[in-house]
Design a protein around this ligand. Structure first.
Ligand SMILES: CC(C)(COP(=O)(O)OP(=O)(O)OC[C@H]1O[C@@H](n2cnc3c(N)ncnc32)[C@H](O)[C@@H]1OP(=O)(O)O)[C@@H](O)C(=O)NCCC(=O)NCCS
Length: 176
């Protein structure tokens, strides 16, 4: 576990989605489709596909250690009040689940939280994470908040840089 998480926050009301539209267009013209667990159907089969993708991508998080079993994942991530299938963006290449961006509902505390963003290794570097997170930004509005937060291991340069590209900044009282 990290000694010191990098804690980032974005003010969604200041987010300029138009700046990132190019990533969506590029991904779509390359055959990638963006949808949500809500649109796909929050079914046992789709939950299993989400789990498998999350597990595969999480193997690249520094110090992540062993991933949950499917039962633990359902209990800890999906069978909790903060889970909302509308907050889970999925990127599909035909039948292949190639990316996920899961955001949970913490409206009582005034924010939504990016639980996990992951892209299969073979699909990285094409703007898929920027596109998924742009699509997923509307979830904050559905929850009636304008802040989105995320925590990262300090060695997870790709994830930290990806979020900074979107405009995330260090949460007040954190960072240098
Ligand atoms: C982090 C991750 C989701 C990025 O996905 P991706 O689709 O490859 O990212 P994108 O192509 O959208 O790149 C977005 C930006 O992130 C940054 N970035 C991506 N990969 C990077 C890398 N290896 N090193 C440094 N910056 C990187 C860049 O700023 C990039 O923008 P640019 O290409 O305009 O410079 C992917 O590397 C991943 O799945 N990692 C394993 C899982 C993980 O660590 N998730 C985060 C914890 S929740």
């Amino acid at each position: 576990m990290a000694d010191r998480w990098v804690k980032l926050e974005l003010d969604v009301s200041a987010f300029d989605a138009a700046r990132f539209e190019q990533y969506l267009e590029r991904c779509r013209s390359g055959g990638i489709r963006f949808t949500t667990m809500s649109e796909l159907g929050d079914t046992p089969r789709h939950r299993r596909a989400l789990y498998e993708l999350n597990k595969e991508c999480s193997a690249d998080i520094p110090d992540r250690g062993e991933f949950y079993t499917f039962e633990e994942y359902v209990e800890g991530r999906l069978a909790v009040p903060s889970y909302d299938p509308r907050g889970v963006v999925v990127a599909l290449d035909g039948d292949v689940w190639c990316g996920l961006a899961m955001t949970s509902d913490h409206r009582a505390s005034g924010f939504v939280f990016n639980e996990m963003t992951g892209v299969k290794a073979a699909y990285r570097g094409r703007g898929i994470s920027l596109a998924m997170k742009t699509v997923g930004m509307g979830f904050a509005g559905l929850c009636g908040v304008d802040k989105v937060r995320t925590f990262h291991h300090p060695a997870n340069t790709a994830a930290i840089q990806m979020n900074r590209r979107l405009g995330y900044v260090d949460m007040p009282g954190t960072g240098d």
